[in-house]
Design a protein around this ligand. Structure first.
Ligand code: X2X
Length: 338
């Protein structure tokens, strides 16, 4: 490669990350190993705040040999693009919703089953324990190495633009955006809506143009994605939990010497711990701020929602898909589901 081309590529890379504070490694020289990490949330989301700190620590602890370079906010394309990039190795690392990976790894969706986990204690016990181990084993089968600790996104709530949601009847025919994943489509069909699958990268404009009149996300995403500008009502449905696995392309990961793998894994885990605290705090404290931006909140009784999906055959369908053993493992943490 000629010098001028090399310089061009290097400066393009610097411009690409220039908007994210702290990403350019302290040592000005090129790192021996660069881990490009893509995700779909803005750089203000706790995920990227924590990972930016992890990148600093990794550079320091490896004396500049490893550079963790973040590409937040769908900078490299939406979820569907990043998933294929991390599989091909064009991207070394990617943070994704377990459910979004379920087109390739069906069992990954198990943590997002509708109305399954009662609280964070049950959830982290499952995800830092046997359910997490089960799912990480499935990723390994398609050559993705999932870091041990899943990051939090939160319990999800339904927002709408036209009318509030108090009970299942209010969902009838609602044009709601859901992420691209069979679990979401199945849940929202069982709830009586007309779900439309759209990547997060296109969500804001889909709501703005009224392609979709509703969406569902934790409060922190509604805040950092400015969805309060295009949504009016929020119903606390807590219909499912979701997180972000940090997965690495296996060939790229194996190219890292063991001791450097150790530094990266430890710091990504530490970032997950910090991120979990920050996300939970935000999700539990943002209501006032979102109200001041014009949103209206209401609580709902979740029982009729849960009864509706059970009647529609939702649990039977997913019990069949996940299989008896995985289902039994999940129920160790959620209690009996059906
Ligand atoms: O796409 C979404 O709604 C988001 C940001 O919550 C996920 O990544 C699943």
């Amino acid at each position: 490669m000629g010098i001028s081309r090399r310089v061009l590529i290097r400066s393009a890379a610097v411009i690409g990350v220039g908007s994210v504070a702290g990403l350019i490694p302290r040592s000005a020289g090129a790192a021996e190993f660069t881990i490009k990490l893509g995700n779909n949330v803005p750089d203000t989301h706790p995920t990227n705040v924590a990972l930016t700190k992890a990148a600093d620590r990794i550079a320091r602890e490896t004396a500049g040999r490893v550079e963790l370079r973040l590409f937040p906010n769908n900078a490299l394309g939406g979820d569907t693009d990043m998933l294929s990039q991390v599989r091909s190795g064009a991207l070394e690392a990617y943070m994704l919703s377990p459910l979004v990976s379920a087109t390739l790894v069906p069992l990954a969706a198990i943590s997002g089953l509708g109305f399954a986990f009662k609280d964070y204690d049950a959830l982290w016990a499952a995800m830092d324990g046997e359910v997490g181990t089960l799912v990480r084993g499935e990723y390994a089968k398609i050559n993705l190495v999932a870091m041990p600790r899943i990051f939090d996104n939160g319990f999800r709530q339904i927002t709408t633009s036209g009318r509030p949601v108090h009970g299942p009847a209010d969902l009838k025919g609602l044009k709601i955006r859901v992420p691209v994943s069979p679990m979401w489509t199945s849940l929202f069909k069982a709830l009586g809506t007309s779900p439309i699958s759209i990547n997060f990268a296109e969500l804001y404009s889909a709501l703005q143009t009224k392609l979709a009149e509703a969406q569902e996300n934790p409060l922190s995403i509604i805040q950092v994605g400015k969805l309060y500008e295009v949504q009016k009502y929020l119903a606390y449905t807590n219909h499912m939990w979701d997180g972000f696995w940090c997965v690495m392309n296996k060939a790229r990961w194996d190219a890292l010497p063991k001791e450097l793998q150790g530094v990266v894994e430890r710091n990504v885990n530490l970032a997950a711990d910090e991120q979990r605290k920050a996300v939970r705090t935000l999700n539990e404290s943002l209501q006032g701020e979102l109200e001041s931006k014009g949103m209206l909140f209401n609580k709902v009784d979740v029982t009729p929602f849960r009864d509706a999906i059970a009647r529609a055959g939702f649990y039977a369908e997913w019990q069949g898909k996940f299989g008896a053993d995985s289902w039994a493992l999940l129920e160790k943490f959620t209690g009996k589901l059906v």
